[in-house]
Every structure is written in C-alpha cells, then in structure tokens.
Design a protein around this ligand. Structure first.
Ligand code: NDP
Length: 277
C-alpha cells in the first residue's frame, strides 16, 4: 500500500476540540435539538452519538423523541415551536421519518437559519448560488479532509447525486475551483469517468463498487459510503486495498468521513448560534 491514510477520527477530534474551546469563550451554550420520530434502530444510535458529542463540546443539546404515530401536523407544530424558541440555535429532524410523514415538508418547516443539516431549499439555493449559508454536514466534513489537497484546477468526480451528499459535495468542490463531474446510475462508463479524477468522492451506497483500476494514480480518494456486508463487516463504496495501491491519499471506512459528519453538525450549530445572537 502506498497511499496516505486520511484519519477522519483525528481530524474530527481536533475540530470538536476547537469548537469546545470557542464555546468556552461564549456567554451562552449554543442550543441543538434533534427531533426523532418513531423507533428506526439505526437512528437511535446516530441520535445518541450526536447528543453525546454535542454535550462533550459544551452545547446545550437535547433530543425530542416523538412516537411513531405522530401526525405530520403535530411534527410541524413541534418544529414551529423550536423555530420560535430563542434558546434553540440548531434543529435537526432525524431521517428517515415514518412513511406517513412527508419528509420534504418537515425539512421545509425548519427555519433556514436553524437548519443545521443544511437540507432546506433556502440553504441548498444559497450553496448553489455561492452565498453563505448552512452547508450539509457530510460534504462539509469532506472539505475539511481535503485541506492540504490541491483543489484549484483539479478534476473532481463525485459519484452520487443525492441532496444530502452528492449535489452539495459537487457545489463545494466547484466553489473550491475544481472542474467537477457528477456521475450517477445513468452515467455511461463510470470507470472511465473516475479514472480521470484527481479527486474522487464516492457516495453511492454500493459496497466496494469503485475498483482499484478506476483510480487515477496519485489521486485523492474520499469514500463516503457506509455499507454493512452480510458477514457484519462495514465497508465503503471503494475497494480500499486495491484503491490504496494507486491513490496518493485515501479515507478508510470506518474512521474516514463518518466521524466528520457529527463534528460538522456541531460546527454548523456554532455557526448558526453566532449568526443569530
Ligand atoms: P442515495 O441512495 O440517496 O444516493 C445514491 C446515489 O448514488 C444516487 O445519486 C444514485 O444515482 C447513485 N448510484 C447508486 N447506484 C449506482 C451505481 N451502480 N452506479 C452509479 N451511481 C449509482 O445515498 P446517499 O447519498 O444518502 O448516501 C450514499 C452513501 O453514503 C451511502 O452508503 C450512505 O450510507 C453513505 N452516507 C454516509 C454518511 C457519513 O456520515 N459518512 C452520511 C450520509 C450518507 P441515481 O441518482 O441515478 O439514482
């Protein structure tokens, strides 16, 4: 293996420590509220991890856990209450929501200035038009991991075009002066597209789909994918061992992008608090 391993755990820990130091200098604790509806088991783990990390960094963090049969109207009323609460700086509606709730309606209900997930159309629009706003946490985390990588003029390929990862990722790379290609399930010859990438970001949710020979020698490879194999192993969207033979730098799974997402949620919450107060 020749690639440098990008240690997301270490970068995230450093970021959280920096936030903690900044919060210690404030006269208030920035408030983060996570709204969870129902009992999706994976969400339970995510929500607990967010709450723990937030409290450790000095945020006033709490979770509102609503029952599975909560109506859409009741959820929107809860969000409206949080929008109006001056002590709340960041609101995160944990996805997925139960099937009877319109997810977009819930996202749209969060006040854009408290939308620490960065999913509200106002924030997506700001990102697309180059205005400052709240940026989705995972792509923001990837940009931290790319510090030190030459982005100006680099060819970047983003695999995946979701609202949560692929699209905002492409916008951030564009803003950093990359020449950006967005690839997806209808792209012809993915391997050839990827092989041109100086920076390759994989966010498709397909275990080890990106093979070693898709990677340009010397490229930086960021693997956003988190996939659980039938044998219980956690792998990314990139065949790590093969890709690491050719890449200059690569993120592992776990321990790469994953830890950055929560750290950037906290960073967004502090940004939101400072902008509001
Ligand atoms: P989505 O399922 O919303 O989007 C997947 C994207 O990949 C779509 O744009 C889809 O294309 C594309 N795609 C799917 N299959 C193929 C294929 N065979 N070839 C080319 N493109 C394909 O996923 P997310 O963006 O939400 O998440 C992507 C991955 O990142 C998942 O593994 C998820 O678990 C992980 N993730 C990790 C996070 C972290 O904290 N590290 C946070 C969020 C997600 P099309 O649009 O054409 O359907």
């Amino acid at each position: 293996m020749s690639a440098r391993i990008i240690d997301g755990k270490a970068v995230a820990a450093e970021l959280r420590a920096g936030l903690k130091a900044r919060i210690a200098g404030l006269s208030f604790a920035p408030g983060l509220v996570v709204v969870r509806v129902g009992d999706d088991p994976a969400s339970g783990v995510y929500v607990r991890n967010k709450d723990k990390a937030a409290k450790e960094a000095g945020f006033a963090s709490r979770t509102i856990h609503l029952p599975e049969d909560t109506t859409q109207a009741a959820l929107l009323a809860q969000i409206a209450e949080l929008n109006a609460d001056p002590a709340v700086d960041g609101i995160l509606v944990q996805l997925p929501l139960p099937g009877h709730i319109d997810t977009q309606a819930a996202i749209n209900a969060v006040a854009p200035e408290k939308d620490v997930d960065g999913f509200h159309p106002v924030n997506a629009g700001k990102l697309a038009s180059g205005q400052p706003g709240l940026v989705p946490c995972t792509p923001r985390g990837v940009m931290h991991l790319l510090k030190g990588t030459e982005l100006r003029g680099a060819r970047a390929v983003v695999l995946g075009r979701s609202q949560i990862v692929g699209r905002p990722m492409a916008q951030l790379l564009l803003a950093a002066d990359c020449t950006v290609t967005i690839a997806h399930s209808r792209t012809r010859d993915l391997a050839a597209e990827c092989a041109r990438a100086d920076v390759l970001v994989a966010a498709v949710g397909r275990p080890e789909m990106v093979r070693g020979d898709w990677v340009k020698p010397g490229a930086t490879v960021i693997d956003v994918g988190i996939n659980r194999l039938p044998d219980g192993r956690l792998v990314g969207d990139v065949a790590f061992a093969e890709a690491a033979e050719r890449a200059a730098a690569i993120t592992p799974v776990p321990g790469g992008v994953g830890p950055m997402t929560i750290a950037c949620l906290l960073e967004n919450t502090l940004d939101a608090a400072i902008a509001r107060r």
